[in-house]
Design a protein around this ligand. Sequence first.
Ligand SMILES: [Ca+2]
Length: 283
Amino acid sequence: MPKNLDFDVRMPTEWNHRTVFRGGGGFDDFLDVGYISDPAVSPVGSPDLPKRGYAMIATNHGHDMLTSPGASFALDQDMLTDYAYASVARVLGPAKAILRERYGDAFRSTKMIYEGCSGGGRQALMQAQRNPDLFDGIISRAPANAYTSQFLWYQKIQKQLAKPGAALSEAKIKAIGAAVYAKCDSLDGLADKIVGRLEACGFDPAEMACTGAETDSCLTPSQLESAMAIDRPGCPTVLEDARSNGMLDRASGQNAKPLDHIRPIVQKPACRWVGPSGASLVT
Ligand SMILES: [Ca+2]
């Protein structure tokens, strides 16, 4: 295996005969299956898997944040290849050998599941595309698999939020979330904080324009522009990323937690980036 590629295997005493390969996220530069299994700090997957008897596998996907900070790993072809697609299959063989040693014949009947969110969701799609025979089930949550449009959009939002008066406070974001829930949560037949019918939602941030004095529950013209940039027709929302990157309120420094109130921001189907000439950059 490449020298920077590392992996971790957790083997509960009371094993339920199932094994979950838990995907990473972002630039995948750390190895801590405990962290990504704890819903209190990483609410992105099935909760409490080790406590429920699942064996767990995780990998740093080929590089470490201390020796390859930021995106510097991408300058190394081997590390880039591992990050892009190769690391999961590379570590799965040795990880299986360890599990086989621990559980003996019982391991032959294990169900092998891959689960990941965001960057891990991208990896999950990669497994479905490249390694479908390695897993009995693949769960891809909120896959970050359209990097070009995604990162172009981040830049657009950053530029908008940096304008004077354009930042969205935590209170305003909560108000937007509440408005979306109020309008769209029940459209799927159940008021459960899950907007199940995105296509029917039709939420327009303009509905929240301040008509008098500014309050926490309305948006000024600059803030409305920000909400529109984030919820622009055609692209998946990155509000969550904007919060976690600390971009939303430069004045107060308010940051992401909890994330629940921004999850209902709707995702719309088509995405079109237009360059200065008017030509579409990404479709
Ligand atoms: Ca609902």
